[in-house]
Design a protein around this ligand. Structure first.
Ligand code: FAD
Length: 429
């Protein structure tokens, strides 16, 4: 009896996980064992000289993996935790088990594609399943290569064709067996701690904001039960409150929650409490998430070139201005407040992300890729497609029809922080 390996990537959940379901079905069909695996990333330093994964993201991902591990144990199996690089750790495990097949979700981004290519090179059959969007690419009214470049055109085409998400799948109570030799191996890693900050809009040190699937589902249920979709549109641009926006992004990023699960809860909410322009806006924002994922499928590595999609000149850079920005010491009070919140908590609102990104690119004349790398290090909801896509958009190196977004920082402060409360809250680290 050979084993099948299921490789959890950014899909750390047992419910509504079509790729994992496929692996379970294959194992049952072939009467073989199933080995659920997670590969922890090794520490890396970016080319901009800071750690690639900062403390908040490390903490959040660790809590997500711990939650997954507990859920798998409750279902009668065990999560095997390896430490990367995946291209070495997974083939070594496969060899030790005599396994020839790995099932995993597809991630349309260069490094993740390289990982899969390396596994195939090592002689492993890799079955990939696309599952990270709200809408299945095959149901869209255009081929991937014909995705409209402008978001509004994409949204209108999807809405005109009345495309709906797939149904969210239930989870399994019992999982296929693990090879007996692995049942008692001790592989789990300890959770690195973070310093709690009472000002945080996503207090990830509190158990209800841990990355596990159970915390994600509890948050989703609470969000709907408190009828927050009805106030979402009017509060989403505020700067600091926990309830101002949905806070789904950290769980979506690690895959503790899927977009179709959110949609299913939203549909139930609207059936019970009525649909509103505000509840519609959650769908609208989830379409932005899909759009950036689909752009990656369309353009792939071209999105990562220094010249961007339009073949612009390479962006300028100013190392000392970048360091001042990173440390919240530019002298612009709102920008500095945002950068302090980001470093202290691993989360900032969408509005603050736009303001600080625009400030770095358009006021300080720095390379947007350095800013994107700092966000990657800090954000607990870091997602390669949404991060890369938004930074490119603001820089004008992507698909923004207006050729970039420059936000007047003083106007933004007057409009979004008229009493200076946010600046006062984050006036010190
Ligand atoms: P809500 O306002 O409640 O939105 C609901 C969901 O819609 C979000 O969870 C998210 O999945 C999606 N969404 C909302 N706005 C966007 C958007 N502009 N682009 C893509 N999806 C969106 N989001 C990430 O998830 N990871 C990132 O690494 C990331 N980096 C960003 C970098 C910059 C420079 C900017 C301007 C935005 C970035 N965003 C990123 C998008 C957005 O800021 C966050 O998704 C949002 O603030 C998360 O909070 P929320 O879940 O409460 O959002």
């Amino acid at each position: 009896m050979t084993a099948i390996i299921y490789w959890f990537r950014n899909d750390l959940r047992l419910h509504d996980n079509p790729a994992f379901e496929k692996a379970c079905c294959l194992a049952e069909q072939d009467r073989c064992e199933l080995v659920p695996v997670y590969c922890h990333a090794t520490e890396q330093t970016t080319r901009w000289a800071f750690p690639r994964t900062g403390p908040h993201r490390r903490h959040f991902v660790s809590t997500a993996v711990a939650g997954l591990s507990e859920a798998i144990t409750s279902a009668g199996s065990r999560l095997i935790e390896l430490t990367g690089p995946c291209a070495e750790a997974l083939p070594a495990l496969a060899r030790s088990l005599g396994a020839e097949r790995i099932v995993c979700e597809t991630i349309a981004a260069p490094e993740e594609e390289d990982e899969v290519a390396a596994l195939r090179q090592a002689g492993i059959t890799v079955d990939e399943v696309w599952q990270s969007t709200l809408l299945e690419p095959g149901t869209l009214p255009f081929a991937s290569k014909d995705l409209p470049d402008v978001f509004t055109e994409f949204r209108r085409a999807v809405e005109k064709a009345a495309i709906r998400p797939r149904r969210a799948l239930a989870g399994r109570d019992r999982l296929p067996p693990l090879p007996t030799g692995l049942m008692h191996s001790r592989t789990s890693k300890s959770i690195p701690s973070v310093t709690p900050d009472p000002r945080s809009a996503f207090p990830c040190s509190r158990p209800e904001f841990h990355g596990s699937e159970s915390a994600a589902i509890a948050h989703l249920r609470r969000y709907m039960a408190r009828q927050l979709p009805h106030s979402y549109k009017s509060t989403r641009n505020k700067l600091a409150g926990i309830d101002d926006s949905s806070k789904f992004s950290p769980w979506l990023a690690v895959g503790a929650l899927s977009a179709p699960q959110i949609h299913a809860h939203l549909v139930t909410f609207e059936a019970e409490h009525g649909a509103s322009e505000s509840s519609y806006w959650l769908w609208f924002e989830l379409l932005w998430r899909d759009y950036f994922r689909l752009l990656q499928r369309k353009y792939g590595r071209r999105l990562f070139r220094a010249s961007g999609l339009k073949g612009n000149a390479s962006p300028p850079h100013d190392t000392s201005a970048f360091e001042r920005w990173r440390c919240g010491q530019t002298g612009h009070a709102l920008t500095d407040a945002g950068m302090r919140e980001l470093a202290a908590t691993g989360y900032i609102s969408n509005r603050m992300r736009q303001i600080v990104a625009s400030y770095l690119i358009h006021e300080l004349g720095c390379d947007w890729r350095a800013g994107a790398a700092w966000f990657e290090s800090c954000l607990i909801d870091f997602d390669i497609c949404s991060n890369q896509g938004n930074w490119l958009y603001i820089a004008g190196y992507g698909t923004d029809p207006r050729g970039g977004r420059r936000f007047n920082p003083d106007k933004q402060a007057a409009e979004h922080d008229p009493d200076g409360n946010y600046r006062a809250l984050w006036s010190a680290p």
